[in-house]
Design a protein around this ligand. Sequence first.
Ligand code: PLP
Ligand code: COI
Length: 365
Amino acid sequence: MADDDSLEILVEPNSAPVPDADRRKMLENPGFGNLFTDHMVLIRYTEGKGWHDAKIEARRSIPMDPASSVLHYAQEIFEGMKAYRLADGTTALFRPEQNARRFQASARRMAMPELPEAVFLQSVEKLVDIDREWFPSAEGGSLYLRPFMFASEVFLGVRPAKEYLYMVIASPAGAYFKAGASAITIWVSQDYSRAAPGGTGAAKCGGNYAASLVAQAEAITQDCDQVVFLDAAEQRWVEELGGMNLFFVMDDGRLITPPLTGTILPGITRESIMILAREEGLNVSEEPYSIDQWREDAASGKLLETFACGTAAVVTAVGTVRSGSGDFTIGVGGPGQLTEKLRMRLVDIQRGLAEDQHGWVKRLF
Ligand code: PLP
Ligand code: COI
């Protein structure tokens, strides 16, 4: 590893990439999470040796020994970020150093080695560069990047592993929710918790998502798009969705979002929205908000809008909240004015259509 923490990444271009015409066809309507580019990043870690053997090569299956410890004890973390084509044709990332830092925080919580920020950024940028032909042609498309790391040591004892594999794959992406969904319906999980105090809720580890899936399955049965989780101790406080943070727009100029108590993911979109909302003159408050208050404020009209936000979903209005005790509708049941305004402010910065006053957009080439 060099002094500045960067690592030489050996590039072996794919000798049989997807043919141009096939790729173009695939990129017309990519959906989310279905398609993958021609390359991937691989970097190994071995205790005592550190990070080594950094490579970009043709995307392929990876051999796994059945005793690889991730398969048994789930030592695994990931990130989700997007590369955008700006209006002027430049390719850019949005606050990628925040993803690098959250990846390090997740690693610490899961007793895994921290990947230096410079290596994280280098790996992602190189993959975007080599797979630059993979941006969707449809408007609103982006290249979704999935850096991840797992315990690759072949060992069944229960302790932090001594060997890890860090990888990055890329997936051309359109909208996360089905096209045309102007507002989502969410299911309140009353039987299952996602995270508990002292647990892993603030880390982006696969295990959190595994724990959320039975509730997500319930949501699908109830014709809902996402699950909203309540706090594990009292089943009273609204925390977040399975893959997004939540905001509540009140009629007195307040914008409420649940506080980061260690059980919810500190979203980068969440933080960006808080900054933009303050610039819009809103009184942003990180405070506990209960499910009963939510229902009551929706009925009385004190609550004007609710929206979810995250890298994959961007900013999406919540129209209806469904639970075992019935449904309630928020506002008109569709996207409200403020949701739309904040969404546009964020998207315009991400797409290079508005001035980037905060230095959030990292232009690559
Ligand atoms: N909460 C959860 C559980 C998530 O999976 C995500 C998505 O990454 C978010 C919140 C939003 O985080 P970000 O805005 O950094 O994408
Ligand atoms: C993301 O927004 O990047 C996530 O990881 C969430 C997931 C629902 C795709």
